[in-house]
Ligand binder design. Sequence first.
Ligand code: G3H
Length: 540
Amino acid sequence: MTNREQTSFFPDDGLIPEKYRLISPIEQRHYLCDGVIKDWCGPQQKVFSPICETVDQIVRPRHIGCFPLLTSEQAEEALEAACRAYDHGRGAWPTMSVEERIRHVEAFTLRMQEARDEIVKLLMWEIGKTLPDSEKEFDRTIDYIRDTIDSLKELDRLSSRFVIEKGVLGQIRRAPLGVVLCMGPFNYPLNETFTTLIPALIMGNTVIFKPPKLGVLLFKPLLKAFQDSFPKGVINTVYGDGQTVIGPLMKSGKIDVLAFIGTSRVADILKHQHPTPHRLRCVLGLDAKNAAIVLKDADIENAVKECALGSLSFNGQRCTALKIIFVHREIADEFIGTFSEAVSMLEGGMPWEPGVRITPLPEPDKTTYLTGLIEDACQKGARIVNPDGGTVKHTFMSPAVVYPVEPGMKLYTDEQFGPIVPIAVFSDTAEPMNYVTQSNYGQQVSLFGSNPGLLAELLDPLVNQVCRVNINSQCQRGPDTFPFTGRKDSAEGTLSVSDALRVFTIRTLVAAKTTEANKQIINAIVKERKSRFLSTDFIL
Ligand code: G3H
């Protein structure tokens, strides 16, 4: 940070490597509806980057583009297009063979890969994600799509056989649910959106997709790829204010699945808008305040490394981030000293700069909110323990390690979703265990220690409070084949490569008594390939 302070923190254009420079604002004036990329001449939402610029000695967020502020009319058109393409399960897409649907998704993936550089660049500009993390988000998404295809092939192979039970023969497969509304979060706008959108599509549902509030322009290069790769109406995009475009969709009662990653507050609003909530399936990734519990026999070096990664990767803006650390009183001084040093080593700067780990924050006024959290804690007896912690430069905040955080402080319970690391001390493991039990959230926990007996004693109750207990490592979603979910306010439904194929489908079967006549009918259907459902075709 010291070099930085001699010049302006935010570079002028000339200092930005050409490859990562944005030449002019990106005018996103189109949306995809019913297989047509439509022009939008109405109002536009301006997009500002967290990476500021200096104009007339005033530092302000850069204007980097705009996207359509559609109205309920366009949202309803998108809904009608998705409903027509699904056509009560009779549409070409939901009745298409799995093999053919896979071919469409593969074609899309090839097109998506052509847009890698552009999408990576926009991830940096729109949400301030570092270059390595932006590349990782893109590549991880491609891997996820490939793994999804493999998993579907495996699922289809298992379903390509008949079962005979108690004189009844049947073929059981997973069938789509209908129209899916997909909305991802700003922190993983591409990856988390696609971890629902791709499985929903590939299983035969039709989709309406709304990009998150931040991280919208990066989908521009994909509109044509969507249009070219899928039959009309199978995927439709809506842009704009959530209340304006999403409200009417939910109130129509025609959304069959809500795939939403965001806050539980918004999820509740959306669910309640549906006129027949029992018909609505929900796949939700929501709030979390994952705790790390550092026991007195923990390997401090490892705990510090994992807690720094876990709490400050992408500035703490991960749903899985460690958002409070409980440290045993006997090792608190050593842990806090080493942890503060580790945090001081994290370089702040622009996303494309090599070695940079902490970057500007994309949410408007986020630094004001975070400063308020720190002030609240400090007024109630905590302090910032690392040098420069909490220093704000417009959209940038140096990570702040705040200690000792106690009940009654906002940082004890609020999901800060930013570069603040609250540290609490405990003498008895009952204290952090009670914290987890009483928390509104139930996603994950990290346990640091070396005594197998004590770890086992803690993890047994913890697995019934959260959905993943990480031993001597940070909390995280991956590997993507592992189930990712949460209890209480943290999630509904489970996502993983294979679970996602299940959550967007329902098991349905064709069954018949094993009479001679029925056997002959079924044999004829299968042998003459008259049905796509009733089939023993095997995808290789
Ligand atoms: O924001 C929540 C993400 O699912 C976290 O994923 O743990 O791989 O960063 P991650």
